[in-house]
Write a protein of this length. Structure first.
Length: 373
């Protein structure tokens, strides 16, 4: 395959995920066209870039104009540091107090929101001689982690008056950016805290992907971009807005490893949830639920082989699934495409009544990744 890079992984399989880096560049360009000039951008690459491969994508994300990266844990940040990713990295999740020193040693910024965090920062400074870099996390309505609004102003002052902490920012997270009333309530709480605090020189970020596209909050100077980096859309509010033209990065492909005939009345796969009506040509592809394709999609999805759409039949098994290729001219070794730019993972999400985020994160267990332009 031309112009292809691939990670140092086992590629002795007839199934793989392709990640289109050109589409990533397109998506960042589209996102930036929607953001006020001068606003900084944080690219969220937690969960291995939502299953796309954070180490491989980080250089392109940064080269395309994203200012810093966000991860969920110190371990994810360390993985990037070990890959020589030298930008600012913020750990968005709750950092254990005993791990603050590790964050300092790896030059990671952390989210803090408790007295215990302040004490842990002091201990880390004593041991390392370096001030921990922190962003204060506010809870304006997510009810997950963060300082409560009624305590936030005093907490910010306490951190600012602490000589062993390098305060870099303040942030919160929208719980329902697709709902105007709930979002406005959070924005009001955010504005109250920011308006009554000294925020000179700090990064202020409240808007996630949907928020960044649909809202403008003057009391912020950085936006966090997650799922849209990867060409997928979050839920949006029912208002007019400029929708970026995103391109899905991820494709899922597998080669046919066997073709046989299922005779009229014969069942296919476990429990015979599919029964052949007439003689049907059945192809087997080595992709299963252990690779992240949910078993609940059995008999509901389609693939494409040689330009012909073919239905998946029978229960998806741990390592394999079958397709009815009776109407396609296909042979062993031909590629069946399950996902690509024209076959969105959103279609799977709708069938499962879930979100695209969950499914991209699943497709990373065993499948080799090939990065293309």
């Amino acid at each position: 395959m031309k112009n292809t890079r691939q990670t140092n992984i086992n590629i002795h399989r007839d199934a793989w995920v392709e990640i289109n880096i050109s589409n990533l560049e397109n998506n960042i360009k589209e996102i930036k066209s929607n953001i006020p000039t001068g606003t900084k951008l944080l690219g969220v690459v937690k969960a291995d870039a939502y299953g796309h491969g954070s180490v491989m994508l980080a250089p392109t994300i940064l080269a395309s104009g994203i200012d810093m990266l966000g991860v969920a844990s110190i371990d994810e940040g360390v993985d990037l540091r070990n890959a020589n990713i030298n930008c600012e990295i913020l750990v968005l999740g709750a950092v254990p107090v005993w791990a603050v020193e590790s964050a300092v040693k790896n030059d990671l910024s952390i989210a803090i929101f408790s007295k215990e965090h302040i004490k842990a920062c002091e201990q880390a400074f004593i041991r390392t001689g370096t001030k921990p870099k922190v962003h204060i996390k506010l809870d304006t309505g997510m009810n997950r982690i963060g300082v409560r609004v009624e305590d936030a102003i005093d907490f910010i002052k306490e951190v600012q008056n602490t000589p062993y902490i390098n305060l870099q920012g303040i942030f919160t997270h929208l719980a329902a950016a697709e709902e105007l009333d709930k979002t406005q309530e959070q924005i009001n709480k955010w504005n109250y805290v920011i308006d009554n605090s000294n925020t000179e020189g700090l990064l202020l970020h409240i808007l996630n992907t949907a928020g960044s596209i649909c809202y403008n909050v003057p009391n912020s100077n950085m936006r966090r971009i997650g799922i849209s980096l990867y060409g997928l859309y979050p839920d949006f509010p029912n208002i007019e807005f400029k929708k970026p033209k995103l391109k899905q990065l991820i494709s899922l492909k597998g080669r046919i490893v066997n073709i046989h005939t299922a005779k009229n009345g014969e069942g296919v796969s476990y429990c015979h949830t599919y029964t052949a009506k007439g003689n049907r040509t059945i192809a087997t592809v080595p992709i299963g639920y252990a690779d992240g394709v949910p078993r609940l999609l059995s008999n509901k999805i389609k693939g494409v082989v040689n330009g012909v759409e073919v239905p998946q039949v029978g229960n998806i098994t741990m390592d394999q699934m079958m397709f009815d290729i009776t109407d396609a001219n296909a042979n062993v070794g031909d590629i069946i495409t399950l996902l690509d730019e024209n076959h969105s993972i959103d279609e799977w999400a709708k069938l499962l009544n879930t979100i695209n985020y969950e499914l991209t994160c699943r497709l990373k267990v065993r499948l080799p990744r090939v990065y293309t332009r």
